[in-house]
Design a protein around this ligand. Structure first.
Ligand code: GLN
Length: 257
C-alpha cells in the first residue's frame, strides 16, 4: 500500500503551507532538523504543498508564515542567535498570539521563555511567549524520556543543563513517566500555550510521535488555507512500533531504579 491511498488527482494540491525553520545552522543539534523534514513529508503525504524556509541571522522576516520550527543548541549557539532573535522577536510574539503553530526544542524552548541564565551566569533574555524561566546547572539532564501528553504518550531524548520552572499559569507540555523533564523535580516537561509547544525532547521528536506532528500540521493547514485540515490515511506502523519499544524500555528501566 502506498504512503496513503488518496482520491486526489495526482498533481492537485489542497493548498500551500510555509514552514520557517529558525537558525538551522546554529540551532539544530541532536537531529532537530529532522522535525522540519518530518513536517514537510507529512504535509505532502496529506496532499499539501510546503515551502520550507531556513531563517539565518540577518535574513529578512517573512510575514506569510504558517508554521515555525526551532531546534536546540549549545549555550554558545544560543548566544550567537540572541540579537537576531530579539530583532524578529516581536513578529514571533504576534504570530504566536495569532495562533501560528510553533515547535521550540530545548535551547529554542528556553529562548521562547522569559530568560535562560547559563551555567556561567550569562543571562540570555527570552521572548516571553512561554512563561518559563531556565537556569543552567553543572549537572546535565541526559537520556531517554517518556511523557504523557494531550497528544498521547510521547517519547524522545533530552540533553540539557537548563533547569526550567513554569510560571503559575503556564501549562506543561506533558508529565514525565520516565526521564527528567523541565527540572527533574516537579514531574513536568516542556510548556504549551495555544499552538506553541516548547519541549526538551530531541530525537528528533516528531518522526516517532505522529500524533504530535499531525496536530502541528493541522493547525498550520487551517492557518494557510482557512479551511479545515483534510488528513489522508498514513501508515505509521514503523513510527508506532519504534515509539512503543522505546516507551517499554525506558519505563522498565525506571522501574528497576
Ligand atoms: N544549551 C542549553 C542547555 O544546555 C540547551 C541544550 C540543547 O539545546 N540541547 O540547557
Amino acid at each position: 500500500m502506498s504512503e496513503f491511498a488518496s482520491a486526489r488527482t495526482p498533481g492537485t494540491s489542497k493548498g500551500t503551507v510555509t514552514l520557517v525553520h529558525l537558525y538551522p545552522r546554529e540551532m539544530s543539534i541532536y537531529g532537530d532538523l529532522g522535525n522540519t523534514r518530518a513536517l514537510a513529508s507529512r504535509l505532502r503525504w496529506h496532499g499539501y504543498d510546503v515551502e520550507v524556509v531556513g531563517h539565518a541571522p540577518g535574513d529578512p522576516w517573512r510575514d506569510d508564515v504558517h508554521l515555525v520550527m526551532g531546534g536546540g543548541g549549545q549555550d554558545s549557539g544560543q548566544a550567537r542567535v540572541e540579537s537576531d532573535l530579539e530583532r524578529i522577536g516581536g513578529r514571533l510574539v504576534e504570530l504566536a498570539a495569532d495562533g501560528c503553530p510553533m515547535l521550540a526544542i530545548c535551547g529554542m524552548y528556553q529562548l521562547f521563555g522569559n530568560a535562560f541564565i547559563t551555567v556561567e551566569g550569562q543571562r540570555l533574555p527570552g521572548l516571553g511567549i512561554l512563561d518559563v524561566t531556565t537556569t543552567g546547572n553543572a549537572k546535565r539532564m541526559i537520556g531517554g524520556i517518556v511523557l504523557d501528553t494531550e497528544f498521547g504518550e510521547v517519547v524522545g531524548f533530552e540533553n540539557h543543563s537548563g533547569s526550567t520552572v513554569l510560571g503559575p499559569e503556564q501549562r506543561p507540555f506533558g508529565r514525565v513517566r520516565a526521564g527528567q523533564g523541565n527540572n527533574g523535580q516537579d514531574g513536568t516537561e516542556g510548556a504549551i500555550t495555544g499552538h506553541v509547544v516548547g519541549t526538551y525532547l530531541h530525537g528528533p521528536i516528531l518522526p516517532a510521535n505522529p500524533a504530535l506532528a499531525d496536530a502541528l500540521v493541522g493547525w498550520a493547514v487551517e492557518r494557510a488555507t482557512g479551511r479545515a485540515f483534510e488528513p489522508e490515511p498514513i501508515d505509521d506502523t514503523y513510527a508506532d512500533h519504534a515509539r512503543t519499544r522505546q516507551v517499554r524500555r525506558l519505563v522498565a528501566a525506571t522501574r528497576r531504579r
